[in-house]
Structures are given as structure tokens and as C-alpha cells.
Write a protein that binds this ligand. Structure first.
Ligand code: NIG
Ligand code: FE
Length: 388
């Protein structure tokens, strides 16, 4: 693989944990990518030679975004549901079943093509690591194939059989939990790294979510949870009690929830595209950060509650609506996402980290929030490889 020197970087976001500032910013910097990793970081004037030289022209460079929460394995869309919501309908978990019906009817190739389209869309917007969940199959065969398809695109695959109870189990939710924790988990586990459940009114209660997470852990999967999205509930406390790596949404929190997250170290993953697309109140990132909770930002890209793949949009919303500084939002979408996936090799640019690099069409990371809706991603390298 040819080595690449990116030089004349006006502002380099390293996220180096030993730096004094949150983003580990360097000015007049340079970076060498070699063999898929960052080989060297330093001042532009000291840069070593490389096979290819890219002049950043004083622009900003940052780690590729780490999107720790998405639902890309689905067919069809729910534009009509969105249209009705904008006319006053409210969002409810039951809409998931609409996508389940269409996903079950799709071929493996159709599902894979949809994931490929969305992963590419994400890449163009600076995302170089993405977690992908199942959860629109909800039968043994359809969850297994959803994860098989997802595992063709990422190592960060999540089994979400406990998304909602499918129609054929409407009268027997306990039977469905038995299916999820038994044969469905057995079929899904070879393709999954994580297990997740939607702990919310209209989906699964705390006992059911606990059963799913416990069975997943016994099968070697790491736990994460959807919780406190549509109203207050027990999910965040459960995630903290179980010491899960991350709990996602966190829109409605009590003080006890916030303290529990701080004490457990569980990452609170905030998904502002959801609140944008459902007209619900945004989660209070400021409250979490001030309490010492680790925060990540992710897209939640899915056809129902939030059909955006854009981390730059999430950063802009987090700054405008959730009390985050631009530096906190960029950190949450890079290092925060990495923490939410338990990854030390992505979300930062230091020697040895994966060569996932974004060159902005701007002089500073602040522009990601300052210029919402503008395509500011000039170039992306993923594991050192530029776009085709
Ligand atoms: O994260 N909360 C549950 N699942 C998705 C929504 C899925 C859908 O509406 O299709 C979410 O928002
Ligand atoms: Fe989700």
C-alpha cells in the first residue's frame, strides 16, 4: 500500500487522550498514513517523505466519524408515515412492523444493496466506522440473514431481535422473548458482536430486556440498549446496573438515571436526528456532560424515526439544540462513538490508530455546526484507502 503524507493541515483534530484540550488540536500539522494506520503525526515542517503527498491547503482534518447506532438492514421506506407525522400524528414504536413486513418480503440481494447504498452515503459524509443492527426481520431466518448481510459491511453488528413483538406473536409476547433468547439468538450469534433490546412502552419492559441481555451475554455478545426514548422508563437504570457499554437515546432522564450513568461509565449515545424527525424534545447533553457522563452522538439511521445518515447534521443539531460546544459534539461523534463500541483503534488520529481520516472543506471543526446542511466533507480515507 502506498504511504500518504497529508500536510499543510491548518487544524488537526487528534482526540489524543493525553492532550490538555478535548480535541487534542494541532495547528500547521501533518499526518502520514501507511499500511492502513496512522504512521506519524507532527508539525508540517518536520514531515517525513511519503509515496503520495496531499496538500490540505490549511484546511481542517479530523478522525472519520464513528456512527455507533444504525438500522440499515431494511427494505422500503416510510415517507408516508413521516408526512403524516409532520401533519400532526405522533411517532410510535408500532411503525416498525410496517418495515418488518416489507423486509421479510425482500431478497438477500435487495437487503445487501440497501445497506451498500447507505454505507456509501455515510462514507461520503465522513463516517468510516458504522454499527449496524438487525431488527426488521423478527423471525429466526430473517434475523439471521439480516445479520449475515450486515456482517458483510462491518464488524460492529448488533442482534436486535427484541425490537418489537412481531404480529404473529401479538398474543404471546412471553413466547416471543423465549424465541429471541433461544433459537433466534443461536442463529444470530455467529454474525453478531452485540445484543440490543428496545426497552420502551410498546416494545419490551425491563424484565424482558434483562432476559434478552442476559441470554446474549451467555452467548458471548456484548450488551447495549435502546432506552428512555419516548418517555421516562427503567431502561437507562438497567443499562447502568448491568454495566453495558452504551445506552442509546436517553431523552427522558431522572437525576438518578444521570447519576447511575456517571457511576457505571456507560456511554450515553444521543441521537438528535430522531428528535428532529419526530418533533420530540432533544436530549439534554449539557446535563449529562456536566454530570460527568460520557456522551456519544450517532445517526440512528432507520426508515422510521430518523432517516438521515448524516453525522454532520447530528453535530449541528447537538450544538444548536442540546447545549454542546462544537468541540464536544465533534468529540462525541468520533472518540465518543468509539467508546460506545469499546474501540480504541478508531475515533482518534495518533500513531497506530486506524487511518480513518476526513479532510474538511473548511478551516476548522467549528464549521460542521456553523454551516449546517453544507457538504463540508472534501475527502475521506478509510483504513488509509481513499474513495474509489
Ligand atoms: O432507534 N427505537 C427503536 N428503533 C428505532 C426506530 C425504528 C423504526 O421506527 O423503524 C430507533 O429510533
Ligand atoms: Fe435505534
Amino acid at each position: 500500500m502506498t504511504s500518504v503524507l497529508i500536510t499543510n493541515i491548518g487544524e488537526l483534530v487528534t482526540n489524543d487522550p493525553v492532550a490538555e484540550d478535548l480535541l487534542g488540536l494541532r495547528t500547521d500539522a501533518a499526518l502520514v498514513l501507511d499500511d492502513g494506520v496512522v504512521a506519524w503525526v507532527g508539525s508540517a515542517g518536520d514531515a517525513p517523505a511519503a509515496d503520495e503527498v496531499v496538500d490540505a491547503g490549511g484546511r481542517a482534518v479530523l478522525p472519520g466519524f464513528v456512527d455507533s447506532h444504525s438500522h440499515l438492514v431494511f427494505a422500503g421506506d416510510r415517507a408516508e408515515e413521516f408526512r403524516a407525522r409532520m401533519a400532526g400524528e405522533s411517532y410510535a414504536a408500532g411503525g416498525i412492523r410496517t418495515t418488518v413486513a416489507v423486509t421479510r418480503a425482500a431478497s438477500d440481494d435487495e437487503l445487501a444493496a440497501n445497506v451498500a447504498r447507505l454505507v456509501e452515503e455515510m462514507r461520503r459524509q465522513g463516517t468510516t466506522t458504522v454499527e449496524i443492527k438487525s431488527g426488521y426481520g423478527l423471525s429466526v431466518a430473517d434475523e439471521e440473514r439480516s445479520l449475515r448481510v450486515a456482517s458483510g459491511f462491518t464488524d460492529e453488528t448488533t442482534f436486535l431481535g427484541a425490537h418489537v413483538v412481531p404480529p404473529e406473536y401479538a398474543d404471546d409476547p412471553a413466547g416471543y422473548v423465549d424465541l429471541v433468547t433461544g433459537p433466534m439468538l443461536a442463529a444470530a450469534a455467529p454474525y453478531a458482536r452485540w445484543i440490543d433490546a428496545f426497552c420502551e412502552t410498546g416494545a419490551f419492559d425491563a424484565d424482558q430486556a434483562r432476559a434478552v441481555l442476559t441470554a446474549g451475554a451467555a452467548a458471548g455478545l456484548h450488551g447495549r440498549l435502546h432506552a428512555n426514548q419516548l418517555g421516562p422508563g427503567p431502561g437507562v437504570a438497567l443499562a447502568a446496573e448491568l454495566g453495558l457499554t452504551a445506552v442509546d437515546h436517553c431523552t427522558y432522564l431522572t437525576d438518578d438515571d444521570v447519576h447511575a450513568l456517571r457511576d457505571s461509565g456507560t456511554v450515553a449515545t444521543l441521537l438528535p436526528g430522531v428528535e428532529f424527525s419526530t418533533r420530540q424534545p432533544y436530549p439534554d447533553a449539557r446535563r449529562l456532560l456536566d454530570a460527568g457522563v460520557r456522551v456519544a452522538l450517532a445517526s440512528d439511521c432507520n426508515p422510521g424515526s430518523c432517516y438521515t445518515s448524516s453525522i454532520p447534521l447530528c453535530i449541528a443539531l447537538a450544538v444548536r439544540e442540546m447545549g454542546m460546544t462544537p468541540a464536544e459534539a465533534v468529540h462525541a461523534a468520533t472518540a465518543g462513538g468509539a467508546a460506545a463500541l469499546g474501540r480504541a483503534d478508531v475515533g482518534l488520529l495518533v500513531p497506530g490508530s486506524r487511518a480513518d481520516v476526513v479532510l474538511l472543506e473548511a478551516a476548522s471543526h467549528v464549521h460542521l455546526a456553523y454551516r449546517p446542511g453544507v457538504p463540508l466533507i472534501r475527502r475521506v480515507w478509510a483504513s488509509g484507502v481513499p474513495p474509489a
